[in-house]
Design a protein around this ligand. Sequence first.
Ligand code: E4P
Length: 216
Amino acid sequence: MKLFLDTANLDELRAGAKWGIVDGVTTNPSLIAKEGKPIKEQIAAICDIVDGPISAEVVAVEAKAMIAEGRELAKIHKNIIVKVPLIRDGIEACSALSKEGIRVNVTLCFSPAQALLAAKAGAYFISPFVGRLDDIGATGMDLVRQIVAIYENYDFETQVLAASLRGPLHVVEASLAGAHIGTLPFKVLDSLFNHPLTDKGLDQFLKDYNKAFSKK
Ligand code: E4P
């Protein structure tokens, strides 16, 4: 499974990129707003840090305007994936942009039926939001499993990008479910490293080595 960072924060992206395990980036209007810079400027700076698909979301909600905005976003860098919400106009924009060769991430997906529409519209990525479904008492990961099965049934090329992942178990479950990509906030990516037995084992190795070889 590919790992994307779900952030527009440049420090977090630099820290993740240093590990060599970040395959791409997702942003949304809330994440861009948090950084306080205009979207084009922020997205261009992100493209300089991570060499992989970078999702930049439109803020228009009418198809014609979404298409125009999507074309502008796509011009920023060859790695841009235009993100559109899963509404009627978003699906129309996805069909039009995909036909032009612009890759589209259809976001805010909360049902397998919605995911079927996105695939038929030629989406490059579909983003089911796991954590936000958990928040309302549903089992978000079931949605990822259902989408993976539906896409496999019909050989859809749309990749499943498990989004709204809130902790390490979500990441493991998404990979077991067959998601092509998981997008993670920086703190979730960082938490994947942690295991007390790793720390304990390393501590013991160093103690033993230093005991044997350090000068008295
Ligand atoms: C993905 O593209 C979204 O930006 C993100 O995963 C939403 O996560 P949240 O529900 O934690 O805000």
